[in-house]
Structures are given as structure tokens and as C-alpha cells.
Design a binder for this molecule. Structure first.
Ligand SMILES: [Zn+2]
Length: 237
């Protein structure tokens, strides 16, 4: 009986170790970081795409005004305009278009700089993301390896436990399981030096007399905690 209890306790500890593996928390943390990074990358890619559109727009703006200035310049050069008033207007417009082109080019340059920054940000985040993926894969592999090792150990303990449990009468085993469920995983405890090892309380003389009066293989319960009490050579009876 105590052997079964011992195996069950070992299995409980193993289960606890499995749930408390540091790799589990690490995988969770990395998975969350990865999700955050993925959101950031998405935002940065959207910003990059918006800026690309802005650069194309700025470029087209400059081209449009340049084309107009070239057309004006041609009219001026070919002498198509003869009226001094119109000529003056044309020259005035060419100058004004020049200033406009200059301003548009400045604006385009600025957007291009932003575009470069956005490209660098996306590249940086993508690298970071790839590194994190590799780290996560390694951590998942380490976690799974630890799981597999603990599972192998649990399987070994389970078969040992089953072999031991087969020597315990079914009714007693069922009672043990029930008590174990109610008493934090400890259903059976040894009576050692007149104390129950389940609740650590010493039995009084009357209780001990009652136990001694029973046959050695009779099922006893601790009067304090109600666990199955198993007599040992060291019971002190
Ligand atoms: Zn007890």
C-alpha cells in the first residue's frame, strides 16, 4: 500500500514538474513577443507602402510641373509669342514654375528620406522577427525534449505503480484512491513512532491500543486525518 502511495506521490511530483517547466513560460513569453513584433512589422510595412505611394505622387507632381515649364520654355525659345505683354507673362510663369519645382523637389526629398527610414525599420524588424523565430523554435524543441523525458519517466513509474497496485485488494485500493482524492494526494500513511506520517500527529494510548488489538493486516484509519494508516516495524506498538 505504501509502495503505491510512494509511486503516486512521485507521479504527482513529476506532473507538477512538467507543468512548472521554465521552458513553458519561456515559450509563452517568446510567443507573445513574436505576436507583438508581428503587429509592429505589419504597421511598419503599411507605413512603408504609404510612403512609397507618397514618393510616387511627389515624383509625378514634379514631372507634371517640369513638363509645363519645358512647354513654356519651348514657346519662349521658338518665338511663338510675340506680344511683349504675353512674353512677360510667360517669363513670369517660367520663374514661378521653377520655384514650384524646387519646393516640390524638396518635399519629394523629404518623403524619400522618410521612405528610407521606413525601409530600414522594416528590415530591422524582419531580422529581429527571424531571430526571435529561431529562438522560439529552439525553446519549443527544448521544452518538448523535457516533456518527452518526463513522460518516459512517468510511463515507467505508472507501470511500476500498476504492478504494485495489483498486489493490493481492489476494495482497499478503491478506498485508498478515494481518501487520496480528499487528502491532497496522500491516501495512505505509515504509522511510525506512534505518529501518523500523513498528518504528523501522535496517536494517543487508547487509539494505539485499538490498533494493536486488530490483526496486523487489518485496514486502519488515522483517528486525526482519517487516512489509511499502515503499520510498520517502526510503528512503536
Ligand atoms: Zn493522520
Amino acid at each position: 500500500m505504501l509502495d503505491v502511495q510512494d509511486h503516486d506521490a512521485q507521479l504527482d511530483r513529476l506532473g507538477h514538474r512538467r507543468r512548472a517547466l521554465p521552458a513553458i513560460a519561456r515559450v509563452d513569453q517568446l510567443t507573445q513577443q513574436r505576436a507583438e513584433l508581428s503587429t509592429r512589422l505589419e504597421l511598419e510595412r503599411t507605413a512603408l507602402s504609404d510612403l512609397s505611394a507618397e514618393v510616387r505622387k511627389a515624383d509625378s507632381d514634379v514631372t507634371q510641373v517640369r513638363t509645363r515649364r519645358e512647354r513654356d520654355q519651348r514657346r519662349l525659345d521658338t518665338g511663338a509669342v510675340s506680344s511683349p505683354r504675353e512674353l512677360e507673362q510667360l517669363q513670369h510663369e517660367i520663374e514661378s514654375l521653377g520655384r514650384r519645382i524646387s519646393a516640390l523637389e524638396d518635399a519629394e526629398l523629404e518623403v524619400m528620406e522618410q521612405l528610407e527610414e521606413a525601409q530600414a525599420a522594416v528590415a530591422g524588424t524582419a531580422t529581429e522577427s527571424a531571430e526571435l523565430d529561431a529562438e522560439l523554435r529552439a525553446e519549443v524543441a527544448a521544452r518538448d525534449e523535457a516533456f518527452a523525458e518526463l513522460d518516459r519517466e512517468a510511463a515507467r513509474l505508472h507501470s511500476e505503480r500498476d504492478r504494485t497496485a495489483a498486489t493490493v485488494p481492489d476494495e482497499l485500493l478503491a478506498l485508498y484512491e478515494k481518501v487520496r482524492d480528499q487528502h491532497a494526494g496522500v491516501g495512505a500513511a505509515a504509522l511510525r513512532r506512534r505518529a501518523c506520517e500523513g498528518c504528523r500527529l501522535e496517536l494517543n494510548a487508547a487509539d494505539l491500543r485499538e490498533i494493536t488489538a486488530e490483526p496486523p493486516d487489518a485496514v486502519q484509519r488515522c483517528p486525526e486525518c482519517n487516512r489509511l494508516l499502515v503499520r510498520t516495524h517502526e510503528s512503536g506498538l
